[in-house]
Design a protein around this ligand. Structure first.
Ligand code: TXE
Length: 479
């Protein structure tokens, strides 16, 4: 299967005619090719976007909203096809793609299709001076959206939907590791009547295609989700050009469990927050801290439940854990298991590659739990981004708070307790952009989403995203 770029409403080959192999993680085989796009392809995408901008930015809110909602409906109507594609490209269980990834991509378009009709700007009356200020929120122009491989269509559309809803035109690049659903999205946009050039999708490597988007002098804003090192590099390139930047980067999130929690709910949710999507979600609670009074019980119950999880082919309906996204990523995650052993971590379960019958070359790994000797060891400090969690006991609130905050990241945190005062104290002090109490990954799309410290800058979600993709202009009138 050959994927093409989607530029000015047409599917076209890269100008250089260079291609990259696309792998199926469930069997390790190449099943298609994607464009290795160059600067010239990005330039073509930019020219199309620029030409579409005057008309799209003047299109009524009602019409923009109608098209976004139509895209959402078409995604829902094509749920099976998109879920199959996402699962094949990424290795995630098809059941997950069907219930989470694709429905959420559809929700992103519906949500921002509605949100744009409710978005408003401010006015300030300067009392006693006979003046009034009103603030326009104008679209920026051509913006760049760059997304990762873990939640391919989900995160791609989380950027594109608010960008086009607010009147911008987009040059977008999905991860080269998972390009398929982004490619299919082009067809849907056409069918929904999105005018040519409003959304342009360019495929290729980060260091060439992605870099060309970030470096482009007239792409005025970059919304990026991916690794922290890449985020730092992008900031370095974009800052001297004074581009608007939204960076959603890595995490090493604490999952803090107090003895007074609802135990069964906590246990079941902790399995999900540890291993959903093979642990490849920036929000996963990869560091589990447990009240020492229930530590031994939790450890036994958790490990027993994890041993029951089925690692298998993504299309099997009873598979809990599919394949990791790529061979290099599997190797990286396995290296961390060796690091844990060298650091005197105890592997309580998992740790090995899994051979799935008939798919012997797939990238499967057992869900792994490491009892960590210290919160400062590498497996407790560095983002592993796979089906690997650490567990450690704690004796009191101050101790766990200190350990929770002693990492360079600050994306999310989960807290399990029924003590209201403790909830308030801890939530105030946890260094994170998102704190979940007695739940995990419960998302209301109106809320601000993003991290602090090395987890990024800026917030996505709701009106925050619409503010990011618009430029405020204040007009002061004296009367
Ligand atoms: O991310 P990259 P990768 C973390 C996770 C993972 C690591 C690397 O720890 O192991 O990042 O994953 C594009 N200019 N997360 O390699 O490289 C790239 O092509 C412009 C956390 O996938 O950051 C892709 O489209 N673009 C995370 C996107 O950036 C560039 C989710 C992300 O790639 C570029 C995924 C450049 N110079 C990984 N270099 C999360 N927080 O959700 C790369 N890209």
């Amino acid at each position: 299967m050959n994927i093409k770029n989607y530029i000015n409403g047409e599917f076209i080959k890269p100008t250089s005619n260079e291609w990259i192999d696309n792998y199926n993680p469930s069997n390790g085989e190449v099943y298609g090719q994607i464009p290795n796009s160059s600067k010239a392809d990005v330039e073509n995408a930019y020219i199309a976007a620029k030409a579409a901008f005057p008309s799209w930015s003047q299109t009524t809110l009602e019409e923009r909203s109608r098209i976004l909602i139509k895209i959402s409906e078409l995604l829902e109507a094509n749920l099976e096809r998109f879920a199959e594609a996402e699962s094949k490209d990424n290795g995630k269980p098809i059941s997950l793609a069907k219930t989470v990834d694709i429905p959420r991509a559809a929700s992103n378009f519906r949500f921002f299709g509605n949100a744009i009709t409710q978005f408003a700007s401010e006015s300030h009356e300067s009392a006693g001076e006979n003046a009034i200020n009103y603030t326009l929120r104008q679209p920026i122009g051509v913006v760049g959206c760059i997304s990762p491989w873990n939640l391919p269509l989900y995160l791609f559309t989380w950027k594109i939907a608010p960008a086009i809803a607010s009147g911008n035109c987009v040059v977008a690049k999905p991860s080269e590791v998972t390009p398929l659903t982004a490619y299919l999205l082009g067809e849907i946009c056409d069918e929904a009547g999105l005018p040519k050039g409003v959304l342009n999708i360019v495929h290729g490597l980060g260091t060439t295609t992605g870099q060309a988007i970030v470096e482009h002098p007239d792409i005025k804003a970059i919304s990026f989700t991916g690794g922290t090192a890449t985020g730092a590099h992008i900031a370095k390139v974009a800052a001297p050009m004074f581009k608007k930047l939204s960076l959603e980067l890595g995490g090493k999130n604490p999952n803090i469990i107090f003895a007074d929690c609802d135990y069964d709910d906590m246990l079941n949710t902790t399995i999900r927050s540890s291993f959903a999507n093979q642990g490849q979600i920036c929000l996963c609670g990869s560091r589990i801290f447990v009240d020492s009074s229930i530590y031994e019980k939790f450890k036994a119950d958790f490990v027993e439940k994890i041993k029951q999880l089925k690692v298998g082919h993504p299309s099997d309906s009873d598979t809990n854990i599919g394949a990791l996204v790529s061979k290099p990523h599997l190797e990286k995650v396995k290296t961390y298991i060796e690091v844990a052993k060298e650091e005197n971590g105890k592997i309580l379960c998992g740790g090995n590659k899994v051979t799935v019958k008939n798919y012997e070359n797939g990238y499967y790994l057992e869900p792994t739990v490491i009892e960590a000797p210290s919160d400062e060891c590498r497996v407790n400090q560095e983002e592993i981004f796979g089906p690997v969690v650490t567990i450690m006991p704690f004796d009191n609130e101050d101790e766990v708070l200190q350990m929770a905050n002693k990492v360079k990241y600050g994306l999310s945190a989960t807290l399990w307790t029924n003590d209201l005062k403790r909830t308030m104290r801890m939530s105030n002090q946890l260094q994170a952009g998102i704190v979940w109490v007695n739940t995990w990954m419960m998302r209301d799309l109106r809320t601000p989403f993003g991290g602090v410290k090395a987890s990024g800058v800026g917030r996505e979600g709701g009106f925050e995203a619409l503010r990011f993709f618009t430029e405020p202009k204040n007009i002061c009138i004296k009367y």
